[in-house]
Design a protein around this ligand. Structure first.
Ligand SMILES: NC(=O)c1ccc[n+]([C@@H]2O[C@H](COP(=O)([O-])OP(=O)(O)OC[C@H]3O[C@@H](n4cnc5c(N)ncnc54)[C@H](OP(=O)(O)O)[C@@H]3O)[C@@H](O)[C@H]2O)c1
Length: 388
């Protein structure tokens, strides 16, 4: 019997966003049908998810992984491999959740939109690196992006108050909130001796290692500035960052008449995930519900741009446009990976990205070939700086 429920493909199913998406889907078994999943290293977890949700297709990274996984799930499940596999799976469902980490998520973003699907987007790196290409495929009939990133999901909801004209002329500014990360208020001297375990302890969110490190350097917020500009068609000069350590206000929109709209909840990614999957229907289970019977202490302050130069690097990449955001994101991926592999210190991550951006010489970005070339060049230069 064929299902009449909307189908879902969850790519990056074994990670932090992936497992929280599964939590949402477990509550919505009568409303959505998970048909495809993909992941990287954690094959045992992929097999368990496939069994629990009776999925028909799985994406893996290599041919060896395919053979191993096929023996775990049996011959009835189709297993596809690599970027081609992700492309195929991104076309097979009504809602495509891109929960892959890093540039590896690019085929999912482009293929889902090309196929006219709803893209529930957690993978900000693909949108940032490929913004001009994403803008083209986003025009496909039926294609839409709903942002899972909690800040952008909040803005998406607050923009319901806008007239919706292109460029949102009735919006004065988007206010992206930032927890400030684990090192908010730290001196330069303290920052020089940050360890890996310090950087992997986020004060308010539990996330995968790459985004946790990005949050500690504030590069995550810089990437989010680029993401907001690309998503909402608002130039970065109207996107501002406000440090809000409690992570209750997920972001705000200030209109030209002075009104500020905000979306609030306890920090819980299952709320934006459920919003993206269910929209325009609000799924009837409250994630991160606030208790207004308890004192609610909300504070806001400006970010420390001297201690955390990643923000200015991101604004600069946005102004340079072309392939600059792709370079920034690629160099950052290499630097974070090198930090996680104990090859460089925490305090070296952002200077290394800055040195790569010093080499960048305004490159156009009009095609996928140009994107891959630029991504490879930025990675090669960054890698050279890691090992030198
Ligand atoms: N976590 C959050 O709260 C949060 C919030 C906002 C935005 N985001 C964004 O969401 C994305 C995912 O973040 P995360 O924290 O969930 O990361 P994560 O926990 O590291 O999970 C990453 C997922 O991607 C999979 N993956 C890695 N390389 C792959 C490849 N080549 N092909 C297919 N799958 C691959 C991993 O598989 P294996 O684990 O099996 O190797 C895993 O399922 C990132 O872009 C992040 O910036 C996350």
């Amino acid at each position: 019997m064929s299902s009449t429920r909307p189908t879902v493909a969850l790519l990056g199913a074994t990670g932090s966003i992936g497992t929280q998406t599964l939590d949402v889907l477990r509550r919505e078994l009568d409303s959505f049908d998970l048909v495809a999943i993909a992941g990287g290293q954690r094959l045992g977890e992929l097999a368990a998810i496939a069994k629990e949700f009776n999925v028909s297709s799985i994406g893996v990274v290599s041919v060896d992984d395919k053979a191993t996984l096929q023996s775990m799930v049996g011959p009835g499940v189709t297993i596809v491999v690599g970027a081609e596999g992700l492309t195929e799976l991104s076309r097979c469902a009504d809602v495509v959740v891109n929960a892959v980490v890093g540039f590896a998520g690019l085929p999912v973003t482009l293929s889902a939109l090309e196929a006219g699907k709803r893209l529930a987007l957690a993978n900000k790196e693909s949108l940032i690196a490929a913004a001009p290409l994403v803008a083209k495929v986003r025009a496909t009939t039926g294609a839409e992006i709903l942002p899972i990133d909690s800040e952008h999901c909040a803005i998406h909801q607050c923009l319901a108050g806008s007239s919706g004209e292109p460029g949102h002329p009735d919006v004065r500014r988007l206010l992206l909130t930032a927890s400030g990360g684990p090192f908010r208020g730290w001196s330069k001297e303290q920052l020089s001796s940050v360890t890996k375990s310090d950087a992997l302890k986020h004060p308010t969110w539990s996330m995968g290692p790459k985004i946790t490190v990005d949050s500690s350097t504030l590069m995550n917020k810089g990437l989010e500035v680029l993401e907001a500009s690309a998503l909402f068609g608002i130039e970065v000069g109207r996107v501002e960052v406000v440090v809000h350590p409690q992570s209750i206000v997920h972001s705000m929109v200030e209109y030209v008449d002075g009104a500020v709209l905000a979306q609030l909840s306890e920090p819980d990614m299952r709320l934006p995930i459920a919003y993206c999957i269910g929209s325009p229907v609000r799924l009837n289970h409250a994630w991160g519900r606030l208790d207004f019977g308890q004192p609610l202490h909300l504070t806001f302050e400006a970010p420390d741009r001297v201690a955390f130069p990643a923000l200015d690097l991101a604004y600069d990449a946005a102004r340079r446009a072309g392939a600059a955001p792709a370079w920034l994101s690629a160099a950052n991926e290499i630097a974070v990976e090198a930090f996680l592999n104990d090859q460089i210190s925490w305090s070296r991550i952002i200077p290394l990205v800055a040195e790569v951006m010093d080499v960048y010489d305004d490159e156009a970005l009009d095609s996928l070939e140009e994107l891959f070339e630029n991504d490879a060049t930025a990675r090669r230069i960054a890698h050279g700086m890691v090992v030198r």
